[in-house]
Design a protein around this ligand. Structure first.
Ligand code: PHE
Length: 572
């Protein structure tokens, strides 16, 4: 007799686990920025439309595939046709590559929790001072004298008026033209720069602590730089946490998610309240949400919305198929998918409130427009936000809580990726959960080690770019073609309806057969190279794409090898 498949402890446990996978760094450092960039409130409309027409239907599709075939992705597609097993491995492979670098970001967060407790990033007073605009007109009267300045002025910056009249200061940082150079006192001398960026680069901004001291970033992925041992400690801790969370599969996950979903929600609420009660918060929120309706007519915002929906819901990575396969016979696919999709969107919306209220406060205390301080990705989480927290009372407490929030948000995304691969291996080779978990986790751990060097963030960026633009889109396209056009959308819809508390209409077939494939094809064709890179901070040069292409080419080949490998037969 076939072994009975493990199941979730309860419906709540399943819903929380799927929400946990969906909510992650994307909700905090990607969604707010994408929203702001794409028309604020107008983007939210596009986002919700894409959520209901593409995101939630796909969740239903993935859950129902897993539920129907009682297998993770490779096994499920094998049951559809033995020729398709490789495709399931391809999906799991995309997830596997992602977890190798997701753990790196967790490692940064583990170490930054310590940096927050000790305010490590401001240790060297002045060195990491932010170069700001015109602080004062004094001291600028006589250039000769200014060539030597007292150490107390270290890190201060000034904008020198071109006119000889020192009382004319630049008060509009957007328009420094005509005001000559930006002067910065540093090491006893006054230096002149043409732009704030130039000055920041020279001086060492808070970003320098992160990129230079903490990561030791090199200039290209071909230059390895230093191995960061402190990061190795954070990395090991992160992996122990990830592996332990799925130690006994769904049994452990079912308990863990109550903490790893509810804690970050609680902390997020705290940061929203803290943010909204700061002076200047309103300015930030205005930036975040003021709708620019005309942008709805712009194709780019729809593209941004659909990619954000996919990324955020963790569809296209084999996760939701594996999670669906652990559902008990009697379940409620349609309602669960709705709850998960909406909960993820709300978390992202609140993430934006927390981020933009703080940015608004920061901008108004500097007297600059919000556009000057916005950032996303690591720049937001490891540079801007910590910097803002430092200026507030109880900085250490809020700093530690902020990184705890990032970690608890990220950990369930990481272990969901691991579990999707572990379950695939277990299905095929009938190994014990512990063995599969340790093997897959162990390989991912080893593959992550090169990313603890100075070239780490470059590799991370390239892998991330390729997995999220090509990997995800190809998997989703494959899914909707195989089901929507192959086995039949109608058949799948009836299956979902049989296992749901309410019926979904024919609209679902249209989404799966037409809307999603057209969206994806459009995504692939529309200048995919230039799409925002989630963790992006570096411009990718063409030779660096070689590495990314290699991943995309190797992945189907490896998937095919795995599919052809002989599995272990179930004892009948
Ligand atoms: N959905 C996660 C987020 O929003 C990201 C993620 C992508 C997680 C792929 C797992 C797999 O951050």
């Amino acid at each position: 007799m076939a072994a009975i498949r493990e199941t979730w402890n309860s419906r709540t446990a399943f819903v929380l686990a799927a929400i946990g996978s969906a909510i992650g760094l994307g909700n905090i450092w990607r969604f707010p920025y994408v929203t702001y960039e794409n028309g604020g409130g107008a983007f939210l409309v596009a986002y919700f439309i894409c959520l209901f027409l593409a995101g939630i239907p796909l969740l239903m599709l993935e859950f129902s595939i897993g539920h129907k075939f009682q297998q993770a992705a490779p096994g499920s597609f094998k049951k559809i046709s033995p020729k398709l097993e490789w495709f399931g491995w391809f999906a799991a492979g995309v997830g596997f590559i992602i977890v190798t670098y997701y753990a790196i970001i967790m490692a940064w967060s583990v170490n930054y929790t310590y940096e927050a407790a000790t305010l490590g990033w401001v240790q060297e007073e002045g060195k990491y001072a932010d170069v700001q605009y015109a602080i004062t007109e004094t001291d600028l009267e006589d250039m000769a004298v200014l060539l030597e300045v007292p150490d107390s002025l270290m890190g201060r910056s000034f904008v020198s008026p071109v006119s000889a009249d020192p009382s004319i200061v630049c008060d509009d940082p957007e328009d420094t033209e005509g005001y000559g150079t930006i002067l910065v006192a540093f090491g006893g001398h006054l230096y002149g720069f043409n732009s704030v960026d130039e000055a920041n680069t020279f001086m060492g901004s808070p970003g320098d602590f992160f990129f230079n001291d903490f990561l030791g970033v090199t200039s290209s992925p071909w230059d390895m730089g230093e191995f960061k041992w402190p990061l190795f400690i954070g990395f090991t801790l992160a992996w122990i946490w990830i592996v332990a969370s799925v130690w006994k599969g769904t049994k452990t996950v079912s308990k863990v998610v109550y903490f790893t979903v509810l804690i970050p929600w609680g902390l997020l609420l705290l940061f929203v309240i803290r943010g909204l009660t700061l002076s200047g918060a309103g300015v930030g929120i205005e930036f975040y949400l003021t709708p620019v309706w005309s942008k709805l007519m712009n194709a780019r915002i729809w593209l941004a919305a659909i990619s954000q929906v996919f990324f955020s819901l963790s569809v296209g990575f084999a996760i939701m198929i594996a999670y669906g396969s652990f559902l008990p016979k009697k379940t409620n696919i349609a309602a669960n998918a709705m709850i998960i999709g909406v909960a993820d969107a709300l978390t992202a919306f609140f993430g934006g409130l927390a981020v933009f209220s703080a940015l608004g406060h920061h901008a108004s205390s500097l007297g600059v427009p919000v556009s000057q301080v916005v950032s996303s990705g690591p720049g937001l989480a490891f540079v801007a936000y910590p910097h803002i927290i430092t200026t507030l009372p109880a900085a250490r407490v809020f700093g530690v809580l902020f990184f705890l929030m990032l970690l608890t948000l990220a950990v369930d995304s990481a272990f969901s990726l691991l579990e999707a691969v572990t379950a695939s291996v277990k299905d095929k080779w009938k190994t014990s959960h512990r063995k599969a978990n340790l093997t897959v986790g162990g390989i991912a751990f080893l593959l992550g080690i090169p990313m603890l060097t100075g070239m780490g963030i470059h590799i991370l960026d390239i892998a991330d770019h390729f997995m999220n633009s090509f990997g995800l889109t190809l998997v989703v396209l494959g899914e909707v073609l195989i089901i929507g056009w192959g086995t039949g959308a109608e058949e799948q819809r009836q299956y979902i309806n049989k296992n749901s508390s309410f019926n979904i209409g024919l609209w679902w077939n249209i989404c799966i057969r037409w809307i999603i494939p057209m969206g994806i094809i459009w995504m692939i064709f529309s200048e995919i190279q230039q799409r925002a890179v989630p963790y992006g901070s570096f411009l990718l040069r063409s030779q660096e794409f070689v590495f990314g292409w290699l991943l995309i080419i190797l992945l189907p080949i490896i998937s095919d090898l795995l599919a052809s490998a002989r599995g272990t037969k179930e004892l009948e």
